[in-house]
Ligand binder design. Structure first.
Ligand code: FE
Ligand code: FE
Length: 289
């Protein structure tokens, strides 16, 4: 295994968007030719993403996940409305990354608009709009490796299908025998709700919104970065019947997240009345983050 050269900087990627870029390259749209998918995938981005994954895989331990959950759950850091949080997130992304990425709201609205165009129910459109808002964790000073990236269970053997799986050899949990059996600290078929997932924007936002959205939306949000399961079919032995049913919805959501990032920026101003109304039908003015 080749360890990346600089593994110490707090945030190796120029923006969280580098991760999204990487995942889109890993799973190109079925109707795009591969060359197109790889076109602007430069070496520099690839190196920064590699450094990011090294940190993520080495530092996401059972202890880290438990302490993050204690720090943030139940949610109690800040009271904010959905739009207040969206503004907060937008300002921050603009600052950190002035020229390479659109503000978060563009990805949010593009995802939601694609879902709406396909005639899906309003809770599904809403899910597209809010699914990445857990990235406010960055504003609470969490490093990139604790905010984004593919997610995976901790406390049991790391699936071979996890990207850069070899980096886990440097994770202290690799040397804990209890954590390295197939089921690890869990029981066969125990259900994902009983499984500790690596900490990031998915699990965090699930906890912020779970009382306000239907079960399907909760799953889409909570597991949208769990590529080892929803794309690679790993960790089936930890799932229960509800997980299996609900992962159909996680898989249904994934293409909207991955493949709607086109250069045509939606006309936000025109669309805002619709989205304000949509959000107000599901959420009170302020919620805990
Ligand atoms: Fe995400
Ligand atoms: Fe997303």
């Amino acid at each position: 295994m080749q360890v990346p050269d600089d593994t110490t900087s707090q945030n190796p990627m120029s923006s969280l968007g580098d991760y999204d870029h990487d995942v889109r390259n890993r799973y190109p749209a079925p109707d795009s030719d591969a060359a197109d998918g790889l076109r602007d995938y430069e070496g520099q981005v690839r190196d920064s993403v590699r450094r990011f994954y090294y940190q993520n895989h080495v530092r996401q331990t059972v202890d880290f996940v438990r302490s993050s959950r204690e720090k943030y759950l139940p949610v109690r850091t800040r009271r904010m409305g959905i739009w207040q949080a969206m503004d907060y997130l937008n300002d921050w992304v603009d600052d950190s990354d002035p020229d390479t990425e659109f503000p978060q709201i563009v990805h949010a609205v593009q995802t939601a608009e694609a879902i709406r165009a396909d005639g899906h129910p309003d809770w599904f459109v809403l899910t597209g709009l809010i699914h990445d808002m857990g990235k406010v964790l960055c504003l609470f000073d969490e490093p990139q490796w604790a905010v984004t990236g593919d997610t995976f269970p901790v406390g049991c053997r790391y699936s071979e299908s996890i990207v850069y799986q070899e980096f886990f050899q440097q994770n202290p949990d690799w040397h804990n025998e209890e954590y390295q059996t197939v089921n690890g600290i869990y029981e066969f078929g125990c259900g994902l709700d009983n499984v500790l997932m690596s900490w990031g924007h998915d699990e965090y936002l699930y906890n912020v919104v779970k009382d306000f959205v239907p079960r399907e939306a909760q799953y889409m949000i909570r597991y949208h970065s769990f590529y080892p399961a929803h794309r690679e079919g790993a960790y089936a032995h930890l799932m229960n019947d509800e997980d299996r049913r609900m992962f159909d919805h996680v898989r249904e959501f994934n293409p909207y997240d991955l493949y709607t990032k086109i250069d045509a920026v939606p006309e936000l101003e025109k669309l805002m009345p619709y989205y304000h109304d949509l959000v107000s039908r599901f959420f009170p003015n302020e919620i805990w983050w």
